[in-house]
Design a protein around this ligand. Structure first.
Ligand code: PMP
Length: 289
């Protein structure tokens, strides 16, 4: 059992067992909510600004309002990190369209029904020094049957959750999702391959989440004179690649060493992924707030 955390719910800091959300909350009834996960290293927030901007974009796309400003959200993140003594881990943030008095498909008037805001921390000592980053992870591919607005970070995570279970059943760590013969992204990360020194990752569109880690990693890669090609790739191309990896706020840069049973490259984490992980961690720690 983990220690009793202090969490934030609608203006209050409370012990986790005392925090409450209405059964009429649209996040609960309809997955009508958006979220962000910000990593914490050395007790500081990694790329908070990127996460706040994407949160605002998700809210705007769904015409959802947030009762708390981005400045206040930063203060709440910091308060929770301090109250829960988080050195390495993450802060989870969720905003929903709130709890009208009844269940109704029509959006409630935001003047009458304010959104719900929940934040909590997860302590993950050893997050940066993860053993999985040294061995790499194994991936299966499955069909991408998610909805068409994957650029909005909604809490509608049933299929990614099922995908993860399919991977576990197959003795693997995660899944890459395939649509129209090409990889969209991972269940909870962006997907990359490396061929002849070139980093290949799918271009941004409504088909994938615009990863905050993706943006940072591509920026650092360009600064290090690496060549990037933003385009979709097939599972066959990935299996024949020199390297593969995924990125996300909580795994940073994670090497992929096997895809649908075929080893990628030497079957061990490759040098490009290892270098990008190192640069990403170094630069992110320097810029953390
Ligand atoms: N794609 C999906 C579907 C995700 O759920 C995530 C992580 N939430 C990502 C990509 C990676 O995004 P980020 O780097 O902002 O964590």
């Amino acid at each position: 059992m983990t220690n009793m955390r202090t969490v934030y719910v609608n203006g209050e800091y409370l012990p986790e067992t005392e925090a409450k959300i209405s059964i009429f909350d649209r996040g609960f009834l309809m997955a009508d909510g958006v979220y962000e996960v910000t990593s914490v290293l050395d007790g500081k927030l990694i790329d908070f600004d990127g996460h706040a901007k994407r949160l605002q974009r998700s809210l705007d796309e769904l015409e959802m309002s947030c009762p708390v400003s981005m400045e206040e959200l930063l203060a709440i993140h910091r308060e929770l990190v301090a109250k829960n003594d988080i050195i390495e881990g993450m802060v989870y943030l969720q905003v929903t369209r709130g709890a009208p008095g009844d269940r109704d498909f029509v959006f409630p008037d935001p003047e009458e029904t304010p959104g719900s805001v929940v934040l909590f921390t997860q302590s993950k000592p050893g997050l940066a020094d993860s053993p999985a980053a040294k061995t790499g992870i194994k991936i299966i591919s499955i069909e991408d049957i998610r909805w068409g607005r994957r650029d909005i970070k909604t809490v509608q995570l049933l299929y990614p959750s099922m995908a993860k279970m399919m991977a576990k059943k197959a003795g693997c760590d995660d899944a890459w999702l395939v649509e129209d013969g090409v990889v969209t992204e991972g269940t909870s990360n962006n997907a990359y391959i490396v061929r002849g020194g070139k980093i290949i990752t799918r271009e941004l569109s409504n088909d994938i989440l615009h990863g905050i880690t993706r943006a940072a990693v591509l920026r650092f890669a360009r600064e290090a004179q690496m060549v990037i090609e933003e385009r979709a790739f097939t599972i066959e191309e990935a299996q024949a690649a020199d390297e593969a990896f995924v990125t996300s706020a909580s795994t940073f840069v994670m090497p992929v060493v096997e895809l649908d049973g075929s080893p990628i490259g030497s079957g061990a984490p490759g040098p490009v992924a290892a270098r990008l992980r190192e640069i990403y961690l170094d630069e992110s720690r320097k810029a953390a707030i």
